[in-house]
Design a protein. Sequence first.
Length: 576
Amino acid sequence: MNIDKRLLRRTRDTRKEFYLTVGLGFLGGVFTVLQAWLLSNTIDGVFLRHRALGALLTAILLLVGAIAARALTVWGSEVAASRMAAKVKLALREQLFAHITALGPAYVHGERTGELTNTVVEGIEALDAYFSQYIPQLALAAIIPATVLVFVFPLDSLSGVVMLVTVPVIPVFMVLIGSIADQLTKRQWESLSRMSAHFLDVLQGLTTLKILGRGRDHIHVIAMISDRFRRATLGVLRVAFLSALVLELAATISTAVVAVEVGLRLLYGHLEFRQAFFVLLLAPEFYLPLRLLGARFHAGMSGVAAARRIFQVMETPLPPTPERVHPLPAGLRFDIRFDGVSYAYEGGDRPALEGVTFHIPHGKRTALVGPTGAGKSTVAGLLLRFISPDPGWIAVDGIPLGEVPKREWLSLVGWVPQSPYLFHGTVAENIRMARPDADMEDVIRAAKLAHAHEFVVEFPQGYDTLIGERGARLSGGQAQRVALARAFLKDAPFLILDEATSNLDPEVESLIQDATERLMQGKTVLVIAHRLNTVRRADVIVVLDHGRVVETGAHRELLRQGGLYARLASAYGGAT
């Protein structure tokens, strides 16, 4: 059977709905037996015993009541099953998203966004049929036939034996077909994930594709991936239709065997009409749960195929938690030291930092410079707790950073990245991301400090203007000033600033530099520097090269040494 124990464990929190689903299904089976018994007695009484309808009025009313009760139990069972599936999906989606969040940007950047999104959205939705149809039907496929046999055996043991012997045929066929369909379903899910990932890549890079004249090329690529998904889907459907034919045929032949042996004994007078008709009415109902299980078997396989990827993500180990937790003291000075810090990406195959040691003094501006790939972004990732050093340690006022609760630490850190991410929402909502409880006056004050208020008030809806995904409706300078407004609103004592004033016109660049200067006042600052004028104003300059600290000092001191920093300064035309 197509059962995943990890998925079954998810029903523990929905036991009430599960028991209600199965219980109502069982009651539906009991009412089915009662309905067959009342109908066989009524027909026997009217046509064979020639009793008046009036004498059978009670039985007829009970028959109508049994039919109505059966319909209600079936409806109630489906409602309870749907609620169970909805609860499981909600809990699983929350846990999956929380786990991805806990894994952090380092994990997400190593995955294809479209594929991961497909797993969180479509993957969870694929479990709906598994929990609302397949799992309940699995239980009912065992309970209802057993219930029917309990009533059939005392009346007609031979028919009971025939049913008992023929019923394993359907599960055997399900297992045989399932072994073939499992690989096809897995291939279909992988094709869907690839298609989703590639389609999102194309949408996000559409501007680049159009500029390079490669739009039509990718149309063909998407068509090829879509065709691969189509063929995988058709393969699954082919097996699904074949299995439905085989299972229906097996159930029909089994019912026919019961009908033939009952009919022959009725013909030769070895069985009463009432008993024979009762058994004939129940024979299709006996095989119906197994037929429904076969029909929902493929929905179960789709759920299991999606669950493989879901649990692959959820079973990805989280970053190690510290053995000790050390809350930060109230008078923290933010004197930060790196001591022998190393880090490598891709499981250690791509070193980024090797034995890095340097000091970020309290209340000072420290600039981090170096050529591309030197490890500057990795240092920022370590300070933001996206990744952890291995080996080495980072200390804040002598307290190991790894022992500080992550949420507490990040509440004291402000970060302005080079390419800020703005969400599809209003200007106010994006600024308020830094402090959700901030009132509008604080939001406007932060925007003014970042020189964002001037252009925001010119929008038709002002601070309620939707700015689009990734700030699509804003210019680069406007987006950067909204990000600065976030930092002003948070007003964190430690600031990590990935300088981003390149490719901006002089007026906007001047505004951003003025806002940045104001933001850095009275804070401990780490600047990932790209422009020399920022570096000159730093109190300490740390020069990285190939993941190692090669120079440390002030601007003029490093120029006199004539090392890497002097060469970088000369290349930027500022060796003075």
